[in-house]
Design a protein around this ligand. Structure first.
Ligand code: 9MR
Length: 370
């Protein structure tokens, strides 16, 4: 057992009396989150959402629903000119049946641009991206809590010296037109909050620090120019092989809050790609990082929402073929709160305890600062 795993096991055994008391009452993660003015939820795919165990877990715990893929441009517009919202409508109907808030994901992302649009002229691309955004946002107007407007626009490891990602979006839409995405979204649904979302800013590694700086550099001029961006979405695909510092994360949250932004955790999971030991030891290590991260987030008044990317270790994108790094021993990863049968793991107890014991409420006033 390494130090983190040992710490995890110790922390969990220390809270076992409280854990036992807490276990008496049926727990809903969203109900616990609401006690501090926040929301808790999951990204779902129609392939799993209406089947056991995911359906029952969503009924019990979800106060927010996001479509994992169903609202991506590539998914809706598989052929030029045709639009198919069947899956998007299904996920929206599920959220309505659960009375859950909806996070729309995502209006502009280089990975969800239909492949046939990578070869068109800039004028054609701008027309197509504008039409897609307006059609999608208008279709669900008034029913979306937050839209991820622009996703993953930074990339700090490029040799070109820029911290902006070189992609189909930067080339054909244009970096200088990124603010226009937010303006179009605001015009199509004035009620929805609008988010810039990105990954790799949550942990304590030099490349995470570079990404935090790059995001602040991107957002600062927008905030000064009153671009309608309300929310910073931190994806939070955490990894046990990276260090974590609550102090550094919270300093970043302070900087975002000073911009007048609220913070949403949008795609939380914890990869255990390199941890060794028994399943119980691996689960303790995953739980310890969940606890450190969620405790830190909930101690900050600008954090308003927490969404997990998928529900159980059976439906997580991480264990699907070809979707992420594999473990050297070939075993599936255990990155969610629930095992493959939908049973709560130590990570569930850790997150429930964090939510239950948080003393800091989400500060709604922060929403009006922009
Ligand atoms: O989980 C999603 C996976 O099923 C898709 O194949 C992939 C490409 O559309 O996107 C995954 O979700 C990503 C999300 O949309 C944006 N942040 C990173 C997520 C994991 O790759």
């Amino acid at each position: 057992m390494n130090r983190r795993e040992w710490l995890g096991a110790t922390a969990l055994s220390c809270m076992s009396w409280q854990g036992l008391a807490d276990a008496q009452a049926p727990t809903s993660l969203d109900a616990l989150a609401r006690a501090s003015g926040r929301r808790f939820g999951f990204a779902v795919s129609p392939a799993y959402a209406d089947k056991a165990p995911v359906a029952g877990l969503l009924r019990q715990h979800a106060g927010v629903i996001t479509a994992e893929n169903a609202m991506k441009w590539r998914h809706i517009q598989t052929v030029f000119g045709g639009r198919d919202y069947t899956d998007a409508d299904k996920v929206m109907a599920l959220a309505a049946s659960l009375k859950a808030d909806f996070r729309g994901h995502t209006l502009a992302w280089h990975q969800s641009t239909p492949a046939y649009l990578s070869v068109v002229s800039s004028e054609q691309f701008i027309r197509a991206q504008t039409a897609h955004l307006q059609a999608l946002v208008s279709r669900y107007q008034g029913r979306i809590h937050t839209w991820d407007v622009l996703n993953e626009a930074i990339e700090v490891n490029q040799s070109m010296g820029s911290s902006l990602r070189d992609s189909v979006l930067s080339k054909l839409w244009g970096v200088e037109r990124y603010p226009a995405l937010f303006e179009l979204a605001r015009a199509a649904d004035p009620q929805a909050k609008l988010a810039y979302s990105d990954y790799g800013m949550e942990q304590d590694e030099p490349w995470c620090e570079r990404r935090r700086r790059a995001v602040l550099l991107l957002l600062e001029p927008w905030v000064k120019r009153m671009v309608p961006v309300d929310v910073m979405g931190l994806q939070a695909h955490l990894d046990l092989s990276h260090r974590f510092s609550a102090t550094k994360l919270l300093a970043f949250f302070d900087e975002l809050q000073a911009f007048g932004l609220t913070i949403q955790i949008t795609e939380l999971d914890v990869r255990d790609s390199t941890s060794t030991g028994s399943l119980a030891e691996r689960d303790s290590a995953v739980a310890a990082l969940y606890q450190d991260f969620v405790d830190a987030c909930l101690s900050h008044p600008a954090v308003e929402m927490m969404v997990l990317w998928n529900v159980t270790d059976a439906d997580t994108w991480i264990n699907r073929w070809g979707q992420g790094p594999r473990r050297a021993d070939g075993q599936p990863m255990r990155p969610t709160l629930f095992d493959e049968q939908g049973q709560p793991k130590r990570a569930f107890e850790a997150v429930a305890a964090s939510l239950r014991h948080t003393k800091v409420r989400f500060d709604k006033k922060a929403e009006n600062n922009v």
